[in-house]
Design a protein around this ligand. Structure first.
Ligand code: NAD
Length: 338
């Protein structure tokens, strides 16, 4: 089977994380590294090998030997680089969030459909074993709660910049939104949210509570912010409920406690990983020519779950999600039909 040649654009923390995963996987190797800071690209080239490191974006995207591009830059460049890669005939793995606006997510979807190439939205938490266990134990929950509360983010980090990052609630909240939808087992019809910019000087929404109504009847809520990581629940904390059944996933989603009425409580342990598994899943879909397991529609849903919650903060009313996705799909931004 052909070895997939990868190019990484954005050679910071996540560029390195993915390079490290690719180095552990047979069937993929890195050809090129691109970054606005040449030393960042050179550093990864020296550590993980490849053919070249460059600041020349045109050279990088037009390299005919690159099969797949990893977009691991700041959020405001995800749309431009993903679209450029797709239009150049490359497959794409893009770090979360897919993009910072609905319009940009839809433009990416359009490029996926037009190019026929695969786009994988990198939601590593989908590969946490205990989320799969939760889905197995309670496939149709009636209520799901997801809480991700971090320690206070620094005032000046790029992810808190409204243009480059969008703040914690968008940046990390899209992970939470994605796994909330994943375990709820349905698509979010609408969202109502309360929250605000409470203290971050950049003005981004820093803490928010959102309630989702899913199309399978499930009710979900998301508590997302950076007010301070709670020691009891840990940064990541999820609960699922169905009639006479409950699941609590604590310890950063590595301990699952399952209770069914009249039965012994069961405890399961898992790991907090996901990076290696998502890279393997991306490679598998390229080698087997199957749909990306987390595609642009999933990326769109997760981004919209946060952005429409922001809209609800402004309007004071519930805001639609599924109808926006359906309208986009019917307008041509949907999955490529077999
Ligand atoms: N999945 C996860 O758990 C997880 C965790 C952290 C970050 N991320 C995501 O990874 C992405 C990158 O975050 P990071 O923490 O690695 O940031 P980072 O600041 O460490 O790295 C970003 C890199 O991109 C480079 N860069 C910036 N603008 C560029 C441009 N226009 N062209 C080329 N290179 C450019 C920077 O020089 C830097 O080397 C973001 O989407 C972020 O949300 C995901």
């Amino acid at each position: 089977m052909k070895t997939i040649q990868v190019g990484i654009i954005g050679c910071g923390n996540l560029g390195k994380t993915h390079a490290d995963c690719i180095a552990q996987i047979e069937g993929m190797e890195i050809r090129a590294y691109c970054d606005v800071f040449e030393q960042n690209a050179q550093k990864l080239l020296a550590q993980y090998g490849g053919d070249y490191a460059t600041t020349d974006v045109d050279r990088f995207f037009s390299d005919p030997l690159i099969d797949a591009i990893y977009v691991t830059t700041q959020h405001d460049t995800h749309a431009e680089y993903s679209i450029r890669a797709l239009e150049a005939g490359k497959h794409v793995l893009v770090e979360k969030p897919l993009a910072m606006t609905t319009e940009d997510c839809l433009r990416i979807g359009d490029a996926v459909v037009r190019s026929g190439k695969k786009l994988f939205t990198a939601f590593k938490m989908r590969y946490y074993e205990l989320l799969w266990k939760a889905k197995e134990l309670i496939p149709q929950p009636v209520m799901v709660t997801m809480q991700m509360v971090d320690n206070r983010w620094g005032d000046t980090i790029w992810a808190n910049d409204p243009v480059k990052g969008g703040g914690n609630v968008l940046s990390q909240g899209c992970h939470s939104a994605d796994i909330l939808r994943f375990v709820a087992g349905g698509d979010p019809v609408e969202v109502y949210a309360a929250g605000s910019n409470y203290y971050q000087p950049s003005g981004v929404v820093d803490n928010m509570v959102a309630v989702f109504r899913f199309d399978n009847g499930a009710a979900g809520n998301l508590v997302q912010g950076d007010a301070g990581c709670p020691p009891l629940t840990s940064k990541f904390f999820m609960q699922l409920f169905a009639e006479n059944k409950s699941i609590t996933i604590s310890d950063r989603l590595t301990t699952l406690t399952y209770k069914e009425a009249g039965k012994e409580t069961q405890v399961f342990h898992g790991t907090e990983s996901g990076f290696l598994e998502e890279n393997k899943a991306f490679l598998r879909c390229l080698q087997e020519d199957t749909p990306a397991p987390i595609d642009h529609i999933d990326g769109l849903y997760a981004t919209l779950m946060v952005l429409q919650a922001f809209e609800s903060l402004r309007s004071g009313k519930p805001e639609p999600i599924k109808a926006v996705v359906e309208q986009a799909v019917s307008a041509g931004n949907g999955k490529v039909q077999a």
